[in-house]
Structure formats: structure tokens, C-alpha cells
Design a protein around this ligand. Sequence first.
Ligand code: FES
Length: 497
Amino acid sequence: MTTTADQSLWLQDTPTTSRQAPLAGQHACDVAVIGGGIAGLTTGLLLLRHGFDVALLEAGTVGHGVSGNNTAKVTALQSTMYSTITRTHGADAAKAYAAAATAGVELLSTLADPTSCDFRRAPAATFAYTQNERDAVRAEADAATAAGLPVHWTDELDLPFPTYGAVRLAGQILVHPAKYVRGLAQAFLAEGGRLYEGSRVTSVSTAAPYQVDTAHGSVTAEHVVVATHYPLLDRGLFFARLDAERSYCIAARLRSGTPPEELAISAGSPSWSFSRHGHHVIVGGQSHPAGDHGVDFARYTALSDFAQQHFDIAEITHRWSAQDPKAYDGLPMVGSYLPGASHLWVSTGFAKWGLAMGTIAGAILADRIAGIDNPHAETFSPHRISLRGVPTLLQQNAKVAKDLVGDRLASPDAHDPDDVPIDDARVLPDGTGKKGVYRDRTGALHAVSLRCTHLGCLLRFNGAERSWDCPCHGSRFDVDGAVLEGPAVRPLPTRKP
Ligand code: FES
């Protein structure tokens, strides 16, 4: 095996040219969209088509967040989503979700330029990897059918190992997600949008017209859309209603055979997810709550071992991971940021299905800002009350409270920087607090405060990604303290090792 790129297959394939300049100075527009991923760019593009003047601010580079770090599946059949929604919210909600997801898939097909984003139709499937998973897949087939999706049951899948039945939905989509997002950005620019990359938003004022600030500039806007994956403003208390989960992918080049035709995912836990690109099979899974204890490279090893066990692999070529917020009741949150607010908007909680759901979220928000009724808006109102979701909500927040207090009381795991192994990290005392010290492959030490700059939880080292991750709401920082993922917007203070 040759060296594997520590990067998404989708991002390696995509030139990082046409980077737009960061925001500088004072600007004004009708709508400021924060976040240059699927949801933000779709919202921005559709708003331009409704006649708005739109500025879009992206903290890094367009498509380099979760939009370029996924399995590339655009599908309305989403693991066991319909049986779960039917249980939690009832059959009507499952029907409404199916209609929205289908609309998201089809809207993406109209926004994509098929020649430039490797667009193709493919079936999706949820399958039973073990006999024990068969009942869950049966339940999903029944719930998806009742929700109106034209699914069918099959015992034959294009996978190189036995399965115990599957529910299958034809006509879903596989795209090169990074190329697709870049295509959206190009269309956005061509149609008159203003796009600023390298422009992390640090604050948004509290009333319209809003002032949106970055390090070197600001934009004044009548409407603001927060499409930052995990909402960056605390005022809506989204952090108390969302849970972040990390998951992992590897891409493997096949020596013989072809990658599976179906965009398949198993129904159990751990789940195994399959996608494809050219002669590469993509295997995903190994999910865990963000900021979990003891996360290390074994996540990738498990995926590589699985791929090698079932496919004739010439080379594992890429590996990547991503993080997805999921609402306490499992449905996306798309609409006004605060109850009654009609100029500040949010889209989040796509729970790993953001290619389809982030796309329909863009249409919902663009319509709402334009004053047009959207048939999917009510289902995803961020202010719905889901009584069946309350136990999960309480559990989530009890866990946050435990993490907040527990890690502070825990002893440091080393006292001397000399005890930090190569390419690993330890928690050391830092006055009355704690610092995280990482030793890179050259032997150099990198030390940061371990207090998350969001709400102060203590960070934990993620050995698979060499980052400091927050167990409370999923913020992530690199070993020198730079923000990798929000809701935090401020870097960690550095420390002397
Ligand atoms: Fe909220 Fe760290 S992300 S405290």
C-alpha cells in the first residue's frame, strides 16, 4: 500500500482556484448569508433569482467543510429515517419529510451542471448486514412506503457479501459534491452574488438592519441567514437542542471488480455505508458523539479492514471525516432563528443527509425571505415542540452538564511535556486549569488552553484528526488553537508547553 492522503477524495480532485478575497471594509446588501456550503449557496443562489442583492461569507473555502467531506449521496431514502420519524412524530410528519427530501433531490438535479460534477442517477438502499437488522429494514420499508416513497424490497444487492434483505429506492443521485458546490458558487457569482472567502463571522448585531462583522470588514443587511452547519449565534439556544456526531470515510481503489451500484447503508450499529467514484469504493461509518473519549486512528483502521475483507483493494487512497449536527427530535431546523423573528434565519440539523436536505432548506429560506409560501416550511420550523423528543433533549443537556463538570475534576494525564509521545497529546496542568500539549511528528510541541471558547467545556484530543474537540456542542480546534468547527468563533489561547 502507498501513503494514504489525509484528505477527502472530493477535495483532492477539486482545484482550490478561484478563491475569492476576504471581506474588507463596509458593505451593504439585502441578505447576508453566512456559510458557503450546500445550504448557504443554495439559499444565496435562489435569493438572487428572487431579485435580492446577496453577500455570502464563508469562513474558509467554499465546499471545504462538510460539503466536501461526505459520501456524495443525494437521496430521499436515508438509513432508517422514516421508521424513526413515524415513531417520534407520526405518519404525517414522515410523509412531509419524504416530500421535502424528494424535492431536495430533484432541486439539486436542476441546479447541477451534469457535465461538471459527475452527476449520475443511482439507486439507494438500506440493508440488513446481520439477521438482527432485518426487522429494522422491514420497518423502514413499511414506513417509507407509507410516507409515499416508491421503494421496494429486495434480497439482491450489488455488494460482495451476503445481506439479509434491503429496501431500495431507484433514481437517486451521486454527484462529486465539491465540484457541485463549486458549480453553485460559480453560478452565484455569475448571477451577481458577492462571495467572500476566508471571512469568519465573529458577530451579528441583535436587530435589523443587521451588522455582520468579520475580522476585517462588515456587511449591513436586512436579512441574515445562518447556514454555518452548526449555528454560530448562541441567541437561539440551538446548542442546547443539537447533538454533533462525527463519522469517518475511506476511499479505496479497486484492483478488480466494480464498486457497488447502490448507494447503500446498513441499518444497524455500527453502520456501514457505501458510495463510489470511478474505480474507488467509499466506505463510511464509525460514528461517535463529537468530543468522545479515546478517539484515535482505529476509526480509519476499522473501515480499511472492512474494505479489504470484502473488496479486492489495490490501495486505500484517501481518508476523511466530518461532523453533523442532529436536532433532539431528529428533524432539520429551517426557519426563523428566534420565535417571531422574520429577518434572521437558520438552517441546520441535517443529520448527515445535507446534500438533499440542505438543498431543500435553501429553497425554504429563499421562499420565506421572498414572502412566498413553501409547502415544506412548517415541518422543519425550528420552534416546533416535539414532546416525544423531550427525553432526548434532557439526556443531551445532562450529558453536557456532566462533561462540563466532570472533565474539570479529572486529573491531568501527564505532568511533564517530556511525557507526551510523538504524534500524540496529553492533558497537563496549567495553573488552576488545564492545557493540551501535542507533540508533532518532528518532535515539536504545541500547547493550547483546553477551555472551549464557546461556553467553557474542556476539550478532548481526537487522535484520528489531531484536533481538540469539544464534547459539549462539537466545536473543534487545531493543535495550535485555530477554530476548525463551530459554534466557537474564537481561537484557543496558546500556552507554553
Ligand atoms: Fe459549546 Fe464547546 S462547543 S462549550
